[in-house]
Write a protein that binds this ligand. Structure first.
Ligand SMILES: [Zn+2]
Length: 274
């Protein structure tokens, strides 16, 4: 049994120790042991410090097992969930982090494969808000979180959490193949990655490029809506919810189309694919 009071890790800045103890206690309370292996393995020698003054975001690096936070503890809970769902295999240069797989190439800084970032951020944020809602948490990754939540409704919460904490994206893909083809799952993950990247950097794009990006995002939303509706329909032979993907672009919330339009659109797609 892991005793969180005995954290004996000199690489953790003392200001974070109390929060880390309560993080471990909460995790032990809300999740089964089979979900906690990566947390125990990583917390032993993780390095946690405040990020440099110029840093604009917090992060967890699985390769170096380190967390850097930009302000006291706002994003600490989110990063600690990344830590609890991450493992790095030195021999294959592969990082499995929750629902993201990154395979590094032998060449310095090169990446051979990177998939699942969008879903991983959304699910990490969903779990942060689920288990640490009594803490100060900033809203983040709202689009990705919504998508992850809808997916969880189909897969089931217990299974989805277990696969996440065991960094088993392939297990999730196998699970989704019960409802939809492998090609469609990969396409869905790539689309969400693309959208997540665009939304993260939207403020840096020039005004004239934003219109084209918006078109791409609308197409991406359609794609993702179709995917979510299709797995839901295949599983339940009905639609319980009508996913309307909302998103934040430059501080404004858009409904992509009216709810009625989306429902009509999805219904037609379902008729075709059923
Ligand atoms: Zn994150």
């Amino acid at each position: 049994m892991y005793i969180s009071n005995n954290i004996n890790n000199k690489r953790i800045n003392k200001v974070y120790l109390e929060n880390i103890r309560s993080f471990i206690e909460r995790m032990k309370y809300v999740l089964p042991e089979e979900c906690l292996k990566n947390m125990y393995a990583n917390i032993e020698n993780v390095s946690i410090k405040q990020a440099s003054k110029h840093a604009s975001y917090s992060y967890y690096s699985c390769i170096d097992n380190k967390i850097r936070v930009i302000n006291e503890s706002n994003s600490l809970w989110h990063e600690l969930l990344h830590l609890s769902s991450g493992r790095y295999d030195k021999t294959t240069l592969t990082e499995c982090n929750g629902y993201r797989i990154t395979k590094y190439s032998k060449f310095h800084l090169g990446v051979d494969l990177d998939i699942g970032m969008g879903l991983n951020e959304g699910y990490t944020q969903l779990l942060t808000e689920r288990y640490f809602s009594d803490r100060k948490i900033l809203p983040d990754y709202t689009l990705e979180k919504y998508v992850a939540e809808t997916l969880e409704n189909v897969v089931g919460r217990e299974k989805m959490e277990k696969l996440y904490f065991n960094a088993d994206l392939l297990g999730l893909i196998r699970e989704l193949q019960k409802y939809i083809s492998n090609r469609e799952v990969i396409n869905f993950l790539n689309t969400l990655d693309y959208m997540s990247n665009v939304l993260a950097y939207i403020n840096q794009y020039k005004k004239e490029n934003k219109a084209a990006l918006r078109e791409n995002i609308i197409a991406g939303c359609r794609n993702i809506n179709h995917f979510l509706m299709k797995i839901e329909y295949t599983k339940n032979h009905s639609f319980s919810s009508s996913p309307i993907v909302k998103m934040t672009i430059c501080g404004e919330i858009y409904d992509i189309e009216s709810k009625e339009e989306i429902n009509e659109y999805n219904k037609k797609l379902m008729m075709k694919s059923a």
